[in-house]
Design a protein around this ligand. Structure first.
Ligand SMILES: Cc1cc2nc3c(=O)[nH]c(=O)nc-3n(C[C@H](O)[C@H](O)[C@H](O)COP(=O)(O)OP(=O)(O)OC[C@H]3O[C@@H](n4cnc5c(N)ncnc54)[C@H](O)[C@@H]3O)c2cc1C
Length: 373
């Protein structure tokens, strides 16, 4: 447990940096397990780029379940999130999440399995609880890990929580918290058999340029939470006149119902990215706090008389969902929008066409070749 997740998720720390540093100090073979972990996120992201409907269906289902589930089930779901399930060790995990915004990977797996296979609650609402509180909440890692625990990501393979596992890896969760744990006894938890939704198709992931051509335009840079490290990669050599990043407490509260701690951390991390970017490019930067982030961005671009705005291409998730409106509004104002992707993302995503292990075969070969050159 490194607790690097929130840094890597927002790219205040890059996977590429972590990998390079690791390989400077250790052989590939000695570090392989760790390198695999660091690369899981990119695998999930690459997979979701090719299956964006999984993210969109999840968001739609949260809304529809809240409106259509019987009140007694919604009340049970709320009680379990509020650490009131009656299974003390699982309640400890739920309160740790709301208190700290962090859970070890094992605790995430156990609690998700408890929610789906013991409580038999809809996975979509459990994933939403994590998304609202985890400081490293990531559309791909969260949605797809929950689907994996549910047995939807690798059909027929669900993850079942076992008391002996908690005793072995994290006995602290059970100290003074044995109440109700009989339901987790080995062999007691049976998989809820969920039907994978029909019609899941792989689309060719969108291709974005990985380098920028010099431009004579009056350039602005839009910095967003999918990558807050413009001083490295394809944006590094540009000369923006101004940089902006957008926060919308209104959207975070109403659409995503994020916890206050999560909103505060998004603001902090965006400010950090903007300050570093301003120092790197030697220009002004500002946080736009707008009820409608698309309108906020357009107002900023117009106020600075920009003819082009450049940004990292967002990954499937909330920022990508805004893109059609951003494109439309910029086009109407005669502003060109240029989206770029890091070459290392493009390479990793091209390997994420099936399961993690075929991905890792290609990725590990690529990493070994890059560290030789
Ligand atoms: C149900 C469930 C939900 C999850 N939701 C998220 C989420 O919203 N955001 C998120 O970043 N991770 C999520 N994970 C994956 C993983 O649990 C976290 O990345 C990890 O626990 C973060 O803690 P750490 O930084 O101490 O990780 P470490 O164990 O120290 O790992 C180092 C880094 O490797 C990456 N990593 C390791 N394991 C995974 C994994 N299985 N999937 C993706 N990346 C991984 C992360 O970037 C992590 O910071 C989820 C896992 C499960 C089972």
């Amino acid at each position: 447990m490194s607790r690097l997740g929130a840094g890597i998720r927002f790219r205040t720390l890059l996977e590429d940096e972590v990998i390079e540093d690791t390989l400077r100090q250790h052989s590939f073979e000695a570090a392989e397990k760790w390198l695999q972990e660091v690369c899981w996120r990119r695998y999930w992201k690459g997979w979701l780029e090719a299956h964006p409907q999984v993210w969109r269906d999840w968001r739609r289902r949260i809304r529809s379940l809240r409106q259509t589930l019987p009140p007694v089930i919604l009340a049970r779901a709320e009680a379990v999130c509020a650490a009131g399930s009656g299974v003390a060790c699982m309640d400890g995990i739920a309160s740790e999440l709301t208190r700290t915004g962090y859970l070890h990977n094992h605790a995430r797996m156990w609690w998700a399995s408890f929610w789906i296979h013991v409580e038999q609650l809809p996975w979509e609402l459990g994933a939403d609880f994590f998304y609202r509180h985890l400081l490293d909440a990531d559309p791909a890692s969260n949605t797809l890990s929950w689907r994996w625990v549910a047995g939807l990501q690798t059909p027929g393979k669900s993850y079942l929580v076992r008391l002996s596992n908690i005793e072995k890896y994290a006995p602290g969760y059970l100290e003074g918290k044995q109440a109700g744990s009989e339901c987790l006894a080995d062999g007691a938890v049976r998989a809820s058999l969920l039907q994978p939704p029909a019609g899941l198709e792989r689309r060719p992931p969108p291709l974005y340029p990985t380098f920028s051509a010099p431009s004579a335009a009056r350039l602005g840079m839009w910095l967003h939470a999918d990558d807050l490290h413009p001083e490295s990669g394809p944006l590094a050599g540009l000369a923006p006149a101004t940089i902006a990043g957008c926060i919308s407490e209104h959207v975070y509260r109403t659409t995503y119902r994020l916890s206050q701690t999560r909103i505060d951390s998004l603001r902090t991390v965006l400010r950090d990215g903007l300050e570093r970017a301003a120092a790197h490019y030697g220009c002004s930067s500002l946080v736009l706090d707008a009820e409608d982030p698309v309108e906020g961005l357009c107002a900023w671009a117009n106020a600075h008389k920009l003819s082009e705005v450049v940004a990292f291409a967002p990954f499937v998730g909330p920022i990508d969902d805004m893109l059609p409106r951003v494109r439309h509004r910029f086009a109407a104002a005669g502003i060109r929008l240029t989206l770029l992707r890091r070459p290392s993302d493009e390479v990793a995503f091209s390997f994420a066409t099936a399961g993690f292990f075929p991905f890792w075969q290609k990725m590990s070969r690529h990493l070994k070749l890059s560290c030789q050159s």
